[in-house]
Design a protein around this ligand. Structure first.
Ligand SMILES: Cc1ncc(COP(=O)(O)O)c(C=O)c1O
Length: 365
């Protein structure tokens, strides 16, 4: 808890911390949004007042993330998990194939869905090494006849992150960026499609962002349910059916906050500084703490580490909780500890965690 504002040191993996300033704007505007006499949640999604919120959010995304004109920006629902199914539903069928680079549990889940639609195959798996690294770009395997190649840009559970992206030429690269979207500038043109659940870096859960090249929208299958066609959402400015209006409003406010921080370059710099505080505490602990990810694959978003024994780990998590740190337990599938330091997690929270780690070590070594 920070004394100043009673906000917890929130290291949740998602849903996760939102900028305090954004919450305060939402609070102020909650019961009477722009003199409409109602909250954003109560506005018709066909009203001019809502449409402005919607279109501004899209325009801000385009500007901040430098999204070229030949890409659609879509808001859909169902989370990234629904995209695991929607992508192959749109692009795969019997006789068509796609490559899935296996870097963790979310890649596995995406592959499982794709197998229902066509020949989805796994490539460059790092499972044998407990998913502790990202494959070397030059070692990546895919086939030039693949419909697409799928990657998970940041592995939320294992704490690894792609530092650069491959040039896949004519094979569209599709990335699940749920846990590092807009944490740094990227070259959108390397991708055929990017998708992300909003609940880590972009806003509350309930909105899923899809950025997709227009030629892929056109090429996608039309013999699937209307709601699952990217075409439907592209043709209707993501207003085919009722969108998650409050979530989109919040996302727009988060984007304004990113602008106020100086844009993605500045946000990226801060993210590096924040993660370094915690990685330094690990690296300078003489093995008291050990990082799960190999150094060159370390995620700036999810910092995963272990202590020497399960008992000590339990003690660490207990004392951390008592000291006001929230969300430091590793994912239930692998245990250990994980600090998620997304965009909105303040520097001071990371510094407090670093200090706590050093103190805990001094007490228990
Ligand atoms: C990388 C990644 N992909 C997909 C998901 C699943 O997202 P959702 O809960 O929005 O379906 C998560 C959730 O944490 C994630 O971290």
């Amino acid at each position: 808890m920070t004394e100043q504002n009673q906000r917890a040191y929130n290291f949740n993996a998602g849903p996760s911390a939102l900028p305090l300033e954004v919450l305060q704007v939402a609070q102020k505007e909650l019961v009477d949004f722009k003199q409409s006499g109602m909250s954003v949640m109560e506005l018709s999604h066909r009203s001019a007042t809502y449409e402005e919120v919607h279109n501004e959010a899209i325009a801000r995304l385009r500007k901040l993330f430098n999204i070229p004109e030949n890409y659609e920006v879509l808001f859909v629902q169902g989370g990234a998990s629904q995209q695991f199914a929607t992508i192959p539903m749109n692009f795969l069928e019997d006789g068509k194939k796609a490559a899935y680079v296996m870097t963790g549990s979310w890649s596995e889940k995406a592959l499982k869905e794709a197998k229902l639609f066509g020949h989805a195959y796994e490539t460059n798996s790092t499972k044998a090494d407990k998913y502790n690294h990202i494959p070397t770009i030059s070692d990546l395997n895919w086939d030039e006849n693949d419909e697409y190649i799928h990657i998970t840009s940041n592995n939320t559970i294992y704490g690894t992150q792609w530092k650069e992206f491959p040039n896949t030429n004519d094979v569209p690269l599709i990335a699940d960026m749920s846990s590092d979207i807009m944490s740094k500038p990227i070259d959108i043109e390397k991708f055929g499609m990017i998708y992300a659940g909003a609940q880590k870096n972009l806003g509350p859960s309930g909105v899923t962002l899809v950025i997709i090249r227009k030629d892929l929208v056109e090429k996608a299958k039309a013999n699937i349910p209307t709601i699952f066609q990217y075409r439907t959402h592209a043709d209707n400015n993501s207003l085919y059916n009722t969108p998650p209006t409050f979530g989109i409003y919040m996302l727009g406010e988060v984007l304004k906050w990113i602008e106020s921080q100086g844009g993605l370059k500045e946000v990226a710099k801060k993210n590096e500084e924040k993660a370094k505080l915690i990685y330094d505490a690990i690296d300078e602990s003489n093995g008291f703490y050990s990082g799960h990810a190999k150094t060159d694959s370390r995620s700036l978003m999810n910092i995963t580490f272990n202590l020497q024994t399960p008992e000590l780990e339990k003690q660490f998590l207990q004392e951390a909780k008592e000291a006001g740190f929230v969300g430091l337990n590793g994912h239930r599938s692998i245990g250990g500890c994980r600090a998620s330091a997304y965009n909105a997690v303040p520097y001071e929270a990371c510094k407090a965690l670093r200090d706590f780690m050093i103190e805990f070590q001094a007490k228990h070594k």
